[in-house]
Design a protein around this ligand. Structure first.
Ligand code: PLP
Length: 437
């Protein structure tokens, strides 16, 4: 067990050098069983991008973001790693573990525009939120401020934390009506709800209940004013469940200005199922206490009494994982990069705008998502007259249009435009909604 931590090693490598160095030693002896029969990718053709996915093309796939069906290059990587592990688990693990982990750190670092050392990998958004809200250091009297609009995973992680050590959690409503929400309304509601005891602000970037995309940058700027004269440990940290923006919106931590960003990689990024990450600023990680030990050289060295290095708070939760999935995240980031983060975001928004424009013109449809592209992304929520959303989704399914319903009260019919949908799918969905009875 060496003294050099993986974190230290990564810190010394540039992204490009690391990718180059690692591809040379990455599983060279394993014959990849190709599972995909996708044509070569032409990143400039949306039809070619769509053809990389196995999701049934006979249907209009507006729920593809709920749980990813990954592109061919990711499916092949999963199959390759699985075959290697199945044939020689110990040998393949030993040969690939370090390099594969570095490749996914490099992929995340390039996608997010941050040092890979500030990212840890999880199995899902929920796991990241649970670890984060369970592990942020809080003292008696400290408060967490969340909103009425967050998902189960944020609310429940905070409830469990409050039950465990009595931390106070308050909820604020950021807007009166989702479709009419504005940046000013959201920011002023947030600012009004802050108190001197607020240490954590827990929000969701794109709401899966309504499709509202919060103006995280403006919220971060307002928080910076609130934090300006406070000691570092008394500042309010802006923590974001980013899962419906990650892979759908052209922004990373630099644009968002938050302190922690938590996401699954198995939704809009279309990465392997069972993957996710948490990014934090180094000063934010300093206020976090890990729950699950990281399998890192430095941590083992410390445990064995060979090293005095402090534990790395940004270390990925340890234990053996479904590595064929986790390691294939590298290909998911590379696929996304090849098609282009900005192009994917533009495409997602353009299709969502076409869908919203069409839905707004259908009598009886109530749209809950803002029409503004600044306050929305790829999630589009509506109701069709008094038809129960579950009934609407079932009828649409019969017409070959796959949608989901929101797991909130009240529940809405939900569409997600993405690189797996095209203009023809949007028009088909609109025609199907018009015919709902
Ligand atoms: C806002 C939001 N956060 C988190 C999740 C859960 O994501 P995961 O399955 O990656 O835990 C969902 C839905 O699945 C969601 O809508």
């Amino acid at each position: 067990m060496g003294e050099i931590s993986r974190r230290g090693l990564l810190g010394g490598l540039t992204a490009t050098a690391a990718l180059g160095a690692l591809s040379a030693c990455d599983g060279a002896e394993v014959t990849p069983p190709l599972v995909s029969s996708a044509p070569p990718l032409d990143p400039n053709s949306w039809a070619s991008v769509r053809a990389q996915f196995a999701l049934d093309t006979a249907k209009a796939q507006f729920a593809a973001f709920v749980f990813a069906s990954p592109p061919a290059v990711v499916r092949d990587a999963i199959a390759r790693h699985r075959a290697g592990l199945d044939a020689d688990t110990f040998g393949y693990l030993h040969e690939n573990e370090e390099g594969a982990l570095e490749r996914i750190h490099v992929g995340a670092s390039r996608y997010l525009g941050v040092p890979g050392t500030d990212v840890c990998f999880t199995d899902s958004t929920t796991m990241g939120l649970g670890l984060l809200y369970g592990g942020i250091k809080l003292r008696p009297g400290d408060e967490v401020l969340t909103t009425e609009h967050d998902f189960f995973s944020t609310h429940e992680s905070l409830r469990l934390r409050a039950e465990r050590d009595g931390v106070t959690v308050r909820r604020v409503r950021l807007f009166a009506q989702s479709a009419a929400a504005s940046t000013d309304e959201i920011v002023s509601a947030l600012v009004k709800a802050l108190t001197p005891a607020t240490r954590v602000v827990a929000v969701t970037w794109v709401h899966s209940s309504t499709g509202v995309r919060l103006p995280i940058r403006a919220m971060a700027d307002a928080l910076a004013v609130h934090n300006r004269d406070r000691a570092p440990e008394q500042r309010a940290l802006l923590c974001v469940d980013g899962v419906h923006g990650f892979g759908a919106v052209d922004a990373g931590p630099a644009e968002l200005g938050c302190d922690f960003l938590v996401s699954g990689c198995h939704k809009w990024l279309f990465g392997p199922r069972g993957t996710g990450l948490v990014w934090g600023k180094p000063e934010a990680w300093a206020r976090f206490q890990p729950t699950i030990p990281a399998f890192e050289n430095a941590a083992f060295g410390r445990w064995m009494g060979l090293s005095q290095l402090p534990p790395n708070p940004a270390g990925s939760p340890g234990g053996y994982h479904a590595f064929e999935h986790q390691w294939s995240l590298a290909e998911a980031f590379e696929f996304h990069r090849t098609v282009g983060r900005a192009r994917i975001a533009e495409r997602t928004t353009a299709l969502a705008t076409r869908l919203k424009d069409g839905l707004a013109g259908i009598s009886g449809v109530t749209l809950f998502t803002p029409r503004s592209a600044e306050l929305s992304a790829g999630v589009v929520c509506c109701n069709v007259g008094s038809l129960h959303p579950g009934m609407a989704a079932a009828q649409l399914r019969d017409k070959g249009v796959i949608t989901s319903t929101t797991p909130y009260e009240p529940s809405y019919l939900r569409f997600g435009t993405s690189i797996l949908t095209g203009e023809d799918d949007v028009d088909r969905a609109l025609a199907a909604v018009r015919s709902l009875g």
